[in-house]
Design a protein around this ligand. Sequence first.
Ligand SMILES: NC(=O)c1ccc[n+]([C@@H]2O[C@H](COP(=O)([O-])OP(=O)(O)OC[C@H]3O[C@@H](n4cnc5c(N)ncnc54)[C@H](O)[C@@H]3O)[C@@H](O)[C@H]2O)c1
Ligand SMILES: [Zn+2]
Length: 364
Amino acid sequence: MPQVKVDLGERSYTIVIERGLTAKLGSLVQKALPKARRALIITDTNVAPRYGDQAKASLEAAGIAVHKATVPAGEASKSLAQAYNLYSSCINAGLERSSVIIALGGGVIGDLAGFVAATYLRGIAFVQVPTTLLSQVDSSIGGKTGVDLPQGKNLVGAFHQPQLVVVDLDALSSLPRRELAAGMAEVVKHAVIRDAGFLHYLESTTDQILSLDPSVMGAVVERNCQIKGEVVAADERESGLRAILNFGHTVGHAVEASMGFGGWLHGECVAVGMMAATALATETRILQEPELRARLERLLQRLGLPIRLPQGVNAATLADAMQRDKKVQAGRIHWVLPVRAGEVTVTPNVPWDAVQRALESIRG
Ligand SMILES: NC(=O)c1ccc[n+]([C@@H]2O[C@H](COP(=O)([O-])OP(=O)(O)OC[C@H]3O[C@@H](n4cnc5c(N)ncnc54)[C@H](O)[C@@H]3O)[C@@H](O)[C@H]2O)c1
Ligand SMILES: [Zn+2]
């Protein structure tokens, strides 16, 4: 089965990608963590009825005692209150240092369950079983875990790498179309920052992607995990290279914040953010392949993603939101701008009037 190794020295781990893997979860966990005798599956109310029993049965068949904790679906569960409840679930499940937490769900579950695993008994093993496209290609790789505070997203957390990531491509079949498109935004991002050939592949297989053709989706997820894995391996603690993963996220986060959370999905905001960064790269003459802008616009549109700012959101509202962004506050805005397909550059010196013109050009 296709595997991607994330190379982090002692903390290295494998991402396995195939259809039907939930049924093989037990044997995969047993191989990666031979000493694990107890497991707690952490999942949400949308995922539990679809894949919870299968995951539990597979682990039990491998001789592992399994408890399950189900939290309400949605970002609101990424909270300290839920983490606190889950510590009780860990105790009730009898988890010890050698036990394992299984994160079965999207990015919310991965971040929350990963945070519980990072902190319970000062850290126990965890296995990611990502069930949204976004979590399969993005949030399950990199070791960032955490919860939100009322004051903002991801304000409390820890770096904690999983021991194994199990990507069951069949999980995508029950995912709402809008969630699928949102995940594709991060896929396109990975292609633009690192791999021109992969961007071509996405352009030529868009129809198969939209119909979830298994071999195309397998290839898409695999190449993505390689790209994100390489970037993370080169910069585990986010001091340099990892910044390129922020392509589309400066404006994306600002759109997210200025609409109030609950407006557009994160991936939808990132799509517009990538258009903004590409427009800005055009303005500043950093972009060496002018046709990239139209290619990106067409690809995102075909995938069902927005390419213009939401109505009522303009340069002034976005400037406001960017000023409140914790990453921006720490210093000047570091723009991640495309040079050509497969290559971006990080630059802190962009005049505000160029930003304004770029945002004006993608006004909704
Ligand atoms: N740790 C990281 O590096 C990182 C990176 C990017 C995003 N994130 C985080 O990820 C979260 C977003 O993740 P997400 O988009 O996966 O959201 P999510 O976990 O909320 O999942 C989206 C929705 O899909 C449902 N769902 C999940 N799998 C399903 C399936 N197979 N079939 C049907 N429904 C399913 C969920 O219940 C939820 O309603 C955010 O909290 C974000 O901060 C973390
Ligand atoms: Zn993102």
